[in-house]
Ligand binder design. Sequence first.
Ligand SMILES: Nc1nc2c(ncn2[C@@H]2O[C@H](COP(=O)(O)OP(=O)(O)OP(=O)(O)O)[C@@H](O)[C@H]2O)c(=O)[nH]1
Ligand SMILES: [Mg+2]
Length: 547
Amino acid sequence: MTEHNNSHPTSSVDQTIARILAADEATQQKKPTRFVADEQFRTDPSSDNDPRSETDPSDDTDFNDDVRRSSILDGPARVLADDEGHTEHDGDQFDLFERRRLRRVEGLSTELQDVTEVENRQLRLERVVLAGLYRGGSAEEAEYSLRELAALAETAGSTVLDGFLQRRSTPDPGTFFGSGKAEQIKEAVAELGADTVIVDSELAPSQRRGLEDIVNVKVIDRTGLILDIFAQHAQSREGKAQVELAQLEYLLPRLRGWGESMSRQAGGQVGGAGAGMGSRGPGETQIELDRRRINRRMARLRRDIAAMKPARETKRANRRRHAVPSVAIAGYTNAGKSSLLNRLTDAEVLVENALFATLDPTTRKAATPDGLGYTLSDTVGFVRQLPTQLVEAFRSTLEEVAAADLILHVVDASHPEPEAQITAVRTVLTEVEAHQVDEIIVLNKADAADSHVIERIRRREPHVAVVSARTGQGIAELKQAIAEAIPRPSVPMELLVPYAEGEVVSRLHAQDAEILETSYQQQGTRLSVKVGPALAAELGRYQVEDS
Ligand SMILES: Nc1nc2c(ncn2[C@@H]2O[C@H](COP(=O)(O)OP(=O)(O)OP(=O)(O)O)[C@@H](O)[C@H]2O)c(=O)[nH]1
Ligand SMILES: [Mg+2]
């Protein structure tokens, strides 16, 4: 056993102490969250392969310090604006409280029993610095994306200290940002006392390691962060299994890079003498062992998830058999999907001003104004660059959306970039083959939105409803629009149901029949109805001649 059994650079005592001191200092100064422009990017030889900065002087304004700071200094990302105006429709706020409370627990046990547990636990991000790359002139878009990353990071329970954007035509294969820029990030990290850098892209395993070697703190990417949030929020057995599968899929090729936790696993026997920078972490044998265990675990999870599917399929088939129309609510995360479900059905689903509050699909009964029943399901929210591992793992959940008769595509009309969100959502819908389902664009948060934005989208989209789940504005119209869009029972029937079989009548009321006329006769209840074809077959024995 060597003394030097953990070669992670941050484990050096000196550095740890320096980091703690810097953190202390930083808390005393208590800087507000801000992003700063990368104003020196043009003079950095390691970062500038982009000819535009030479030839296009108008670009300079993009990097004008004042411009960037003024737009960025106004606090944390606006999606997480200090806005907790809950209504009585907002569901289980105790759940919300619990979730927050749990999230703040620090200092997880280091006694890891199973390698797969490593990644299922919170990444323990606390004080983070964000960094992103963009090409060409679209600084604004990169900034929105970084703001969203800030919101994601806060949702995961961390404090965002600062953010950096760099323009660069292609990422550096070794360190993503190039070593010069990475050094600058390192300086900021030390100055602010950050313990993590989050990069606004998916990094190749080698890039993550390369960057980590320079900045000396943990580096994670957008995908890793989103997976972490999903892991925190998964509730049902199926949801947990799906997230774990996605995490392992993500982790497997990166196994080597998760140095510290893995070498702790391996105890003192590996990574010893001769293990320099870049070769930290467990030795080859341990990695092989971990890899096999992970593969076994993944195989099991796939089996488990497959086994859970039949139950849901039976439910779905049941709905189909009774021809109950189904409406799925889909949309970008935080658009107000759960709020809308609560508004439309008086369900009490958790509403939270956080990203990915809902992971487990909830299905509720609803009815059109004229009494036709349908099901309404809330689903997981989408986000730009939704990790493919998650789309895969959640495929069975997302297929519910594809099987629906109608999609309510909820859009946060008060967001600065609603069109980009619509596009991101449609990309995922296409991936799960849900793009052919009828869709109503529901422009939500109309109470907070700019009317020009609403008009702009109205002109672009054929089928739009403008609502506010908060105030109730437009909800009645939306209910009407749903009633017109869902398939109607089409088989007219005249029924006579004996009084002894009252449950048949209640079923007609509860489910899919359109009841046109009811009268009470000596032999039973006489009904004039319209039903779906499946139910029509079942009701054959009650049918009477039209008189
Ligand atoms: N101003 C305003 N805020 C709203 C409205 N509808 C929802 N919100 C707020 O938006 C935030 C997100 O609402 P949710 O219903 O949890 O959103 P979601 O789409 O289910 O989010 P995820 O499950 O996280 O994907 C909450 O803070 C709500 O209070 C609205 O009509 N107006
Ligand atoms: Mg939700």
